[in-house]
Ligand binder design. Sequence first.
Ligand code: ADP
Ligand code: MG
Length: 264
Amino acid sequence: MDALEIKKLRKTYRSQKGQKETVALRGIDLNIKQGDFYGLLGPNGAGKSTTIHCMSGLTIPTKGTIKVFGDDAVADPTVARQHVGLSPQEVMSLDWFLSVEETLDYHGGYYGMPKKLRKKRIEELLDAFSLQDKRKQNPRGLSGGMRRRLVIARALMHDPQMLVLDEPTAGVDVELRLELWHYMKKVNKEGKTILLTTHYIEEAEQLCNQIALINHGKIVETGTVAELKKKFKKKTLEDVYLSVVGREELQRTAEADEEGQETP
Ligand code: ADP
Ligand code: MG
């Protein structure tokens, strides 16, 4: 059984008054094996977040099927959600009024974990993400790096089999990016399947054993880095990306990055 099996997924965002409807996904097929560190790589607006929102029950697909560890994520999002821990693109999803510890505890409660189990899991996660000495603090007082770590720890609280990270390193500095890579690798080594979205070619190359290139709501290529280079007769993944996705798209994403730089 695959960790994720998406077939012919389409998503059209309905038009609001005066606006045209947006076709975000035009028939996505995606298979992720258990234990994979899978990279969904593509420019801004390609459909990465929409794909993730469809599989984690945050938005309703227009068409297509999604199975998460064999369970139908469209018909029964609550069951599928137990398998998936989501670290959303916006770190602002943290509650400013809860301490680090409470953030994890509330999430566990929401997922139906009994108190004793929650306590144990909180200690494990505070250790794993080096947040022990911040446990009583409020996210407002945390650095950008610690907030990101907390969001990932929260996603793992109910011990899902799969961790989904939506652009966890977008707009962060090099040091923090390396730190987050370390934590992601650790989680994958411990046996969890990871789906990572990114528009950084180097990041996908460094971390992922499988890559799908997405553009304009379609998966345009899949394979390992080696397979993709071989197929396109290119020396680097960047050259593959440029020939598949195009230079304008890379440029557009770089410009959006500059606008969206996070302040620590
Ligand atoms: P990515 O995560 O790859 O940057 P998204 O999945 O966020 O891409 O967006 C795909 C397309 O869908 C874009 O054209 C975007 O503008 C559009 N879109 C995303 N969310 C919404 C929404 N809630 N309503 C309308 N259009 C949306
Ligand atoms: Mg996105």
